[in-house]
Design a protein around this ligand. Structure first.
Ligand code: ATP
Ligand code: MG
Length: 505
């Protein structure tokens, strides 16, 4: 394959025009970055390309010849491979079994295990995809799972690799490793189509870039001939302000107090005596490489897990043994890390999801009874205020684009002015304009006296929002900084050793 061209692809979902006559060409040896705001039509476009959706009109051409994909099987047969954000792997099977599953070589249906292992090992070596071939995939970190998905595609002889927001779940070193693999792929003559929200990633790895807005292609350029600022303007149609925001008043009384919390088991993710306080009117950021205890800390604060020892106090109450529901009733708002499994009910409507957990309280209900009309009005207001792109609020959340699901969760959690907010990766997967919006919302929540514990893998996010930053490494807090004199180099070094701090993206 030398070129693959999408020619005037159009796709509607009911009243929504997801893709409006979009054309683009990916070329062998090149990495094409595809960017656009939440709901701009990126995932829909690549789903069509991969045979998951049928376009309403438009054509796909490989080397100038039209092809039609009725299923992903057709797309794979034509040399396409896709890495989904939600990996499609079997946890109990080994890496090797996952890679060859469904495409086993052999005669008369008998798996030639040695031959398969040799071919997979050769591919892994050729493209720098380090994976433990015999380990079950269940226990592997996401960065490795992603390499397994890439190997799977290459094993099926993919010449064009499509990746839809592959870095959202990766740590910075994993991201750099992925980009090295993508560059190797392109150098060996593959074509790569990469969807991302991060403009620095476009600058770091892409050769050319296409910007979608409202289902239309609005801009394209060679990466060397444009700048992140220009791309941001085309993305949003305006200037975006992500400058740091800080508390303007000294903080008030403690709202969350975590004292000497210890958890055991789960290896690196255990907590070895963590103490921290978040006061009214302040945002405390937790920095750290994923897997150093921040998920456990979040579980302890959210009430998903009881520590072996130590206490959690919310307001004036010792809530150490309270479950999540009881904490939410008392004082807790929570933006969870995995919005699809923990943040929303995918088959319930937007209205239901926007009001869930708060529907029995005024103004949405009274005396334990809900008011459907108040719920609808409340949901509509949040949809407008937070710019959630949804044609019909009674439709299921499943139809929303990834970033719009995240906006929905943020909107619901901020709408009720609970005294304390646990925000885990609050801007993961959302576009620049929405990030600016969430920053402003968190800042206002702080000004109104809210207390926020912000857990983020983006150091830039912590530096933009937090008043204090604590660094969590290997289950312990190894440093604390006032945001005004936080030094990114120093924090990076504390997070995971100098190797990570020293190497730029
Ligand atoms: N299966 C579906 N049913 C109904 N509407 C859908 C469906 N899939 C996508 N849409 C709508 O099509 C539009 C484009 O969605 P798409 O997922 O392609 O956006 P995206 O650019 O990938 O956004 P994000 O950055 O948030 O992932 C959105 O308005 C979305 O709500
Ligand atoms: Mg998407």
């Amino acid at each position: 394959m030398q070129t693959l061209t999408l020619d005037a692809i159009t796709k509607r979902f009911g009243p929504v025009l997801a893709d409006d006559a979009i054309s683009l060409t990916v070329r062998s040896g090149r990495i094409l970055g595809l960017i656009g705001e939440n709901g701009a039509g990126k995932s829909t476009l690549v789903s069509i390309l991969y045979g998951l959706h049928r376009p309403d009109s438009g054509r796909i051409l490989i080397d100038g010849r039209e092809v039609r994909f009725r299923s992903p099987g057709d797309a794979i047969a034509h040399g396409l491979g896709m890495v989904f954000q939600h990996f499609q792997l079997f946890a109990d099977m080994s890496v090797l079994e996952n890679v060859v599953y469904g495409a086993e070589p052999g005669r008369w249906g008998v798996l030639d295990r040695k031959g398969a292992a040799r071919r997979v090992a050769a591919l892994a070596a050729e493209y720098g995809l380090e994976v433990p071939l015999d380990d079950p995939v269940g226990a592997l970190p996401v960065g490795v799972l992603q390499r397994v998905e890439i190997l799977k595609a290459l094993y099926r002889r993919a010449e064009l690799l499509i990746l839809d927001e592959p870095t959202g779940v990766l740590t910075p070193p994993e991201t750099r490793a992925l980009f090295r693999v993508l560059r190797t792929l392109a150098d060996q003559g593959h074509a790569v189509l990469l969807i991302t929200h991060k403009l620095d990633e476009i600058a770091a790895v892409a050769d050319e870039v296409v910007v979608l807005r409202d289902g239309r292609r609005v801009f394209d350029a060679e990466v060397g001939a444009t700048t992140p600022a220009e791309l941001a303007r085309h993305l949003t149609g305006r200037e975006v302000d992500l400058r740091p925001r800080r508390a303007v008043r000294p903080p008030g009384d403690p709202v969350l107090t975590v004292e000497h919390v210890v958890t055991t088991g789960a290896g690196r993710a255990a907590l070895a005596g963590v103490s921290l306080t978040v006061r009214s009117g302040e945002i405390v950021g937790v920095a750290g490489v994923a897997g150093n205890g921040q998920e456990t800390l979040a579980a302890i604060v959210a009430g998903a897990r009881v520590p072996d020892s130590g206490t959690v106090t919310l307001g004036a109450c010792d809530v150490t043994t309270w479950d999540n529901a009881r904490r939410r009733d008392a004082a807790l708002a929570h933006i969870p890390e995995d919005r699809n499994s923990a943040g929303v009910a995918l088959d319930a409507s937007v209205i239901t999801n926007l009001t869930a957990g708060f529907h029995r309280r005024a103004p949405l209900g009274a005396h334990g009874l809900v008011s459907p009309r108040a719920m609808r009005a409340h949901a509509r207001e949040l949809v407008v205020r937070f710019g959630i792109r949804v044609a019909d609020p009674t439709a299921a959340v499943r139809g929303l684009s990834g970033g719009n699901v995240q906006k929905l969760v943020v909107a619901r959690e901020l709408a009720h002015r609970s005294p304390f907010l646990l925000a885990e990766q609050p801007t993961r997967g959302i576009d620049l304009g929405a990030i600016e919006f969430v920053y402003r919302q968190l800042d206002e929540y702080r000004s109104d006296g809210g207390a926020v514990l912000l857990i983020s893998s983006e150091l830039s996010e912590l530096l933009a929002l937090a008043d204090r930053i604590v660094v969590l490494t290997d289950g312990s807090i190894v440093g604390e900084f006032a945001a005004t004199d936080a030094d990114p180099e120093r924090i990076g070094a504390l997070m995971a050793g100098t190797a990570i701090a020293a190497e730029p993206l």
